[in-house]
Design a protein around this ligand. Structure first.
Ligand SMILES: Cc1cc2nc3c(=O)[nH]c(=O)nc-3n(C[C@H](O)[C@H](O)[C@H](O)COP(=O)(O)OP(=O)(O)OC[C@H]3O[C@@H](n4cnc5c(N)ncnc54)[C@H](O)[C@@H]3O)c2cc1C
Length: 458
């Protein structure tokens, strides 16, 4: 991506929130603005580590192959940082034991590779690169309180900030910018901030499968040998709502996340956690962690609903303001799409800024970005919500034709147990490399029919 002509004005952009979406947005903005300031309310840890603003960092975070490829393209040393931290490179068809539809998927090499690491390590690797570029000023420990409009209310002039004690030399009060980007995540105050400016809250689509997480870090047993780097024991709708993932992350540690749909929240006490693991559809994960040493407490998480804020449908929008990442589109995390969708959003932002070529970003032009972003987010949102409706207690409006789709996907899962082609194609769709319609192509359909026929013969 080449830098566009710089805007004629003050050339300053502000990003609210320094998670994955905020860091990547700041990185892209730095190609188009002379100065970029990123405010995060948390103090960043001095080493890769968890922080209060990212409670999800205790849980398994898989970076899909599409996201991994985009991050390597945007940040050339991203992979080197992860490698130095000991994050293993994983081939998703060869190094994962995936238990689905009552069986294990086959092992075979493929192009579906990505490093697997904790969320803290991934964010650290991104942050190191963004800092190294030198055009982004990271101001941690600074809370953004509100958007500040100009005298007409047609434009966002900047933000009002409140530094926490010990937050360096950031002064409290108004910080002006040509462009403000809200990347403050699930808890974004964006709707309220816009309302205060007279722009009304956005319409929202919410789908809640009442899913809960419980996770714990383990030291794996000495001399451990297995065919897998990652284990995924998947739920079996509609009867068994429990899933479990064991991911080998940086330093060879095991991060184990248990997941339950339909209010079947995995417990966060020792006994309950182990009992839940024992009741997964298959015992391998339970057997592995029974031999391992826990090195963290068990962390729970339940704020997992899918929520799409339809900013793109708003009729009026202030100039100089954009919204990105989980602040716009929150996805049920179990499908592992959030970071990749944020990386795709950063690409969308880069293309959008390139096309504006330094033009003054009035409300109309900003709204155009929100429309482009909605188009980029929608396939992931549709995939996540469609699958969530397999569970009877899921709340929201189901899309049409779901029963047919669920039946077909079940046949794809079954065929993936015996066909490398179907297994690879299914993962390409899950990793957002191909559209779901590629599962309807004749080569896949042929394998599905053959599988059905041999099952009927058996
Ligand atoms: C349990 C769980 C598991 C997940 N697993 C996966 C996975 O396997 N794979 C995957 O790709 N994604 C996963 N995700 C999603 C992923 O974490 C996010 O989608 C992705 O990181 C993008 O988030 P974000 O940067 O938009 O927001 P966040 O990561 O929430 O970052 C928002 C930032 O804004 C800061 N902030 C908030 N308010 C203010 C304010 N007023 N002023 C200043 N700063 C502020 C916060 O401190 C924080 O740093 C998971 C999410 C959850 C909840």
């Amino acid at each position: 991506m080449k830098p566009s002509a710089l805007p004629a004005s003050d050339d300053h952009a502000i990003v609210i929130g320094g998670g994955i979406a905020g860091l990547l947005s700041a990185h892209v903005l730095a190609r188009h603005f002379r100065r970029v300031t990123l405010f995060d309310r948390d103090r960043y840890p001095e080493r890769p580590g968890t922080r209060a603003g990212i409670p999800q960092s205790h849980h398994v975070h898989v970076l899909l192959t599409r996201g991994y490829r985009i991050l390597k393209e945007l940040l050339p040393d991203f992979d080197v940082h992860l490698q130095q931290m000991g994050a293993p490179l994983m081939d998703w068809t060869n190094d994962v034991d995936w238990h689905v539809a009552g069986g294990w998927t086959p092992h075979h090499p493929s192009h579906l590779r990505a490093r697997i690491a904790s969320r803290s390590a991934l964010e650290w690797a991104i942050r190191q690169q963004v800092v190294a570029m030198g055009r982004v000023r990271l101001c941690d420990g600074v809370v953004v309180k509100r958007l500040v409009p100009d005298a007409t209310g047609a434009r966002v002039l900047g933000v009002e900030v409140e530094p926490k004690a010990g937050a360096g030399d950031v002064r409290p009060g108004l910080h002006r910018a040509d462009l403000v980007v809200d990347a403050s995540g699930r808890g974004s105050k964006g709707p309220g901030w816009l309302e205060a400016l007279g722009y009304g809250p956005p319409h929202e689509t919410v789908v809640n499968a009442h899913l809960g997480y419980a996770s714990r870090l383990y030291q794996r047993p000495d001399n451990w040998e297995a065919t897998w780097q990652t284990l995924y024991i998947m739920n079996q709708p509609p009867h068994n709502p429990r899933s479990g993932v064991l991911a080998t992350i940086e330093g060879g540690k095991w991060l184990v996340t248990l997941v339950g749909y339909n209010n079947h929240y995995p417990p966060t006490d020792e006994e309950g956690f182990m009992a839940y693991a024992k009741n997964l559809a298959e015992p391998t994960l339970y057997q592995a962690i029974s031999q391992a040493t826990p090195i963290s407490r068990i962390h729970g998480y339940r704020r997992t609903e899918n929520r799409q804020r339809h900013y793109e449908r708003m009729r009026r929008w202030p100039g100089g303001f954009l919204c990105i990442g989980d602040a716009v589109c929150m996805l049920n995390p179990v499908y592992g799409q959030g970071m990749t969708v944020s990386a795709m959003a950063a690409q969308t932002l880069g293309r959008y800024l390139q096309r504006q070529n330094g033009r003054h970003l009035d409300g109309k032009l900003c709204l155009r970005f929100q429309k482009q972003l909605a188009r980029s987010n929608s396939p992931a949102f549709l995939a996540a919500t469609s699958d969530d409706f397999r569970w009877p207690k899921t709340q929201g409006d189901p899309p049409r034709g779901l029963a047919l789709m669920h039946n077909y996907i079940d046949m794809v899962f079954e065929a993936a147990l015996t066909s490398k082609l179907v297994h690879t194609r299914l993962l390409e769709v899950i990793h957002l490399l191909r559209p779901p319609t590629s599962l309807l192509r004749p080569d896949v359909v042929g394998k599905i029919l053959r599988n059905r026929f041999s099952r009927a013969q058996a």
